[in-house]
Ligand binder design. Structure first.
Ligand code: COA
Length: 254
C-alpha cells in the first residue's frame, strides 16, 4: 500500500501518512505525492477542505533521514519545497489531526494548517539544531510569532519537545482529545467547513494570511538555501549518521 493515502469524500480530501514502520517519516516520493495531491485539491471543485492525519500513535517523524542522506533536496523544485510552497499558499482550509510525535516538518507544517486537533499523546518537536540544520517551512518566522521569542528559543535552539497542553496554550492546536477521537473530530470539523460557501472560505483565509504571505515565502526561500547548504556540512552528516547507527552524535569535530 502507498505511503501516502488520499481519499475524497463529501468535499474533504484526506491525506494520510501511512508509513508506520518508519514512524511516518517522509521521503521525497511522499513529498511529491502530497504536493501533487494539494495541486489537485486546489484545482478541483470537488475538494473544498483538506485534512492531514497520521494514526493514533504517530503523526510524523519528519524528514526521512536515510532519504535525506542519500538524496538531499538540491533545488527549490525538490519535492519537499514543492510541498512546502503548496501547503503555505493553499487557498482552501486545511485541518490536521495530530497524535503522537510530530517531529520537524511534522510540526512546522501545522503552522500552515487552519485548524489543528491533537490527541493528548501529541508531542511536538523542532530538532533542527540538534541535527546540524536550521528551521524550514518559515518556522523561524512563525514559531517566534506564535510561541513568543523565549519559548521559541527553547523549541528551536534547544530543540526541546513540547506536549499537547503547551501547544494548546500557545494556540498551535485548537483542542485536545483522546487519541481515538482526534481523527473523527478533524473530519467532523472539515465537513462543517465543506458545507460553507467556498468563495467565502477562500477569501476569508486569503485576507487573514495576506499580511505576511510574501514574508512567509521569502523566509522559506532563505531557510531553504541555508538548510540545503547545511545538509552537506559535517554537523548534519554526523547527526544523520549517528541516527542511522543508533548512537549519540559527536559534534566535537564540527
Ligand atoms: N527518518 C528515517 N527513519 C526513521 C525516522 C526518520 N526521521 N524516524 C524514525 N525512523 C525509523 C527508525 O530508524 C526505526 O527504523 P528501524 O525499525 O528500521 O530501526 C523506526 O523508524 C522506528 O523508530 P524508533 O526510533 O525505534 O521509534 P520510537 O517510537 O522509539 O521513536 C521517534 C519515535 C519519532 C521519537 C523517533 O523515531 C525519532 O526521534 N525519529 C527521528 C526524528 C527526527 O529527527 N526527524 C528529522 C527531522 S528533520
Amino acid at each position: 500500500m502507498s505511503d501516502i493515502l488520499t481519499d475524497v469524500t463529501d468535499g474533504v480530501m484526506t491525506i494520510t501518512f501511512n508509513r508506520p514502520d518508519k514512524k511516518n517519516s517522509i521521503t521525497a516520493a511522499m513529498y511529491a505525492a502530497m504536493a501533487d495531491a494539494l495541486a489537485q485539491a486546489k484545482e478541483q471543485d470537488a475538494v473544498r477542505v483538506v485534512v492531514f492525519q497520521g494514526n493514533e500513535t504517530i503523526f510524523s517523524a519528519g524528514n526521512d533521514i536515510a532519504d535525506f542522506l542519500e538524496k538531499p533536496p538540491s533545488s527549490q523544485d525538490a519535492p519537499v519545497y514543492r510541498f512546502l510552497h503548496g501547503i503555505a499558499a493553499f487557498p482552501k482550509p486545511i485541518v490536521a489531526a495530530v497524535c503522537g510525535p510530530a517531529v520537524g516538518i511534522g510540526t512546522t507544517m501545522l503552522m500552515h494548517c487552519d485548524l489543528v486537533y491533537a490527541g493528548d499523546n501529541a508531542a511536538f518537536s523542532l530538532p533542527f539544531v540538534n541535527l546540524g540544520l536550521c528551521p524550514e517551512a518559515a518556522s523561524s518566522l512563525l514559531v517566534p510569532q506564535m510561541l513568543g521569542y523565549h519559548r521559541a528559543a527553547e523549541a528551536l535552539l534547544l530543540g526541546e519537545p513540547f506536549m499537547a497542553e503547551a501547544a494548546l496554550e500557545v494556540g498551535l492546536v485548537n483542542r485536545i482529545v483522546p487519541p481515538t477521537e482526534a481523527r473523527n473530530l478533524a473530519q467532523a470539523q472539515a465537513r462543517k467547513l465543506a458545507a460553507k460557501p467556498i468563495r467565502s472560505l477562500v477569501e476569508t483565509k486569503r485576507l487573514m494570511k495576506k499580511g505576511q504571505a510574501q514574508l512567509v515565502l521569502q523566509q522559506m526561500t532563505e531557510e531553504g538555501a541555508s538548510f540545503g547548504r547545511m545538509l552537506g556540512e559535517p554537523a548534519a552528516r554526523e547527526a544523520f549518521t549517528a541516527f542511522m547507527e543508533k548512537r549519540r552524535p559527536d559534534f566535537s569535530g564540527t
